[in-house]
Ligand binder design. Structure first.
Ligand SMILES: [Zn+2]
Length: 338
């Protein structure tokens, strides 16, 4: 079982807008950031900047991760000549400036939060919160019409990369589809470079510190085992009755599409984030035509999400943690006012 109690400092990130633009490389950190944003924001757009990386496999990984979802994805090619990088620093020089400048071009009048996959442990000076604040001020204060733009790095809320991977497990992130290697051999990671070794180290650490199997980092387990995916078990009788009546009255024909599946422990679960599971996965974890649903959700003070799914057949799924029944009922009934 994946630990739910991960130390999260929610002062480290700001949610200001209804839209998030995630700078999504296809690497581990940005994949967890993308999943975090999909949980947290009403609308999420992903931008991948192709600046002639020496590891084009990352781009393919980004595409296959996005293909699971309905997220709008733009790949922007910035043709940076090889000699521009100056010092040999794995091509990360001024990356936040490059990424945020590209993102700012795609922000409408409603504003947006730009999400970077920066970690608390990242050592580059231009990854520090003080710098990102200055950059955010520069883009925001001088933007046409004073559009609100916030640059935020949600993974800074956890202490290191291993904790970020644990957050990934909690959120049901397909981390095994992400790319880490800087010096791939053909289609395969080299297993020897700094980032490959780091991925191994994280595998070892999540096992020894958090009791998550080290192989689970590189398998669908990181998705299927998520305790945040609502389960059809343990629904209280009052919520069950209410859901049945609700489904009957509202006739869920234009609900959201999601994926209903069986977790490795046999529990039936549902997620609204994965809309297009690969056929092979559906074969092992199941699927249901009854995946059309109405989804109600909110956040606790520690930023943990709660969700209630009322499916077209009247069945109901919930996260383990929920607010009281009256709060849920009030939120659902508000739909009738619209
Ligand atoms: Zn490598």
């Amino acid at each position: 079982m994946i630990p739910l109690q991960l130390e999260i400092d929610n002062h480290e990130f700001k949610v200001r807008s209804e839209t998030a633009i995630v700078m999504f490389s296809g690497g581990l950190d940005s994949t967890v950031s993308l999943w975090w944003a999909m949980h947290r924001y009403k609308k999420v757009k992903a931008i991948t900047v192709n600046y002639n990386q020496q590891w084009p496999q990352e781009l393919d990984c980004a595409k296959s991760i996005i293909a699971l979802t309905d997220t709008e994805h733009s790949i922007v090619h910035v043709d940076i000549p090889d000699h521009f990088w100056g010092i040999k620093n794995h091509r990360t020089r001024w990356q936040p400036v490059l990424l945020c400048s590209v993102a700012a071009l795609d922000i409408s009048d409603e504003g947006a939060d730009i999400i970077l996959g920066t970690l608390k442990t990242d050592r580059f000076p231009d990854s520090k919160p003080e710098f990102l604040q200055l950059l955010s001020d520069a883009i925001f204060k001088y933007a046409d019409g004073g559009v609100e733009i916030v640059i935020t790095a949600p993974l800074r809320a956890v202490k290191d990369k291993t904790a970020a991977a644990v957050l990934g497990f909690q959120l049901g992130t397909p981390m095994h589809l992400s790319w880490s290697c800087r010096f791939p051999v053909g289609d395969k990671p080299c297993y020897e470079c700094v980032t490959c070794k780091e991925r191994y180290r994280i595998g070892d650490e999540i096992q020894s510190l958090y009791g998550i199997g080290e192989d689970d980092l590189d398998s669908w387990s990181s998705v299927l085992g998520s305790p945040y995916h609502a389960s059809f078990q343990n629904v209280t009788p009052d919520l069950k009755d209410f859901a049945e009546a609700f489904a009957e009255i509202i006739k869920i024909k234009n609900g959201e599409q999601g994926w209903r599946y069986y977790a490795p422990d046999g529990t039936e679960r549902i997620t609204s984030l994965i809309k297009h599971p690969p056929a092979q996965l559906v074969e092992t974890a199941g699927s249901s035509s009854e995946s059309l649903h109405i989804r109600e959700y909110g956040f606790f003070e520690d930023e943990t999400i709660w969700e209630v799914y009322i499916c077209a057949d009247g069945s109901v799924a919930t996260t383990e943690r929920l607010p009281d029944y009256d709060t849920i009922k009030r939120k659902l009934l508000k739909r009738f006012e619209k």
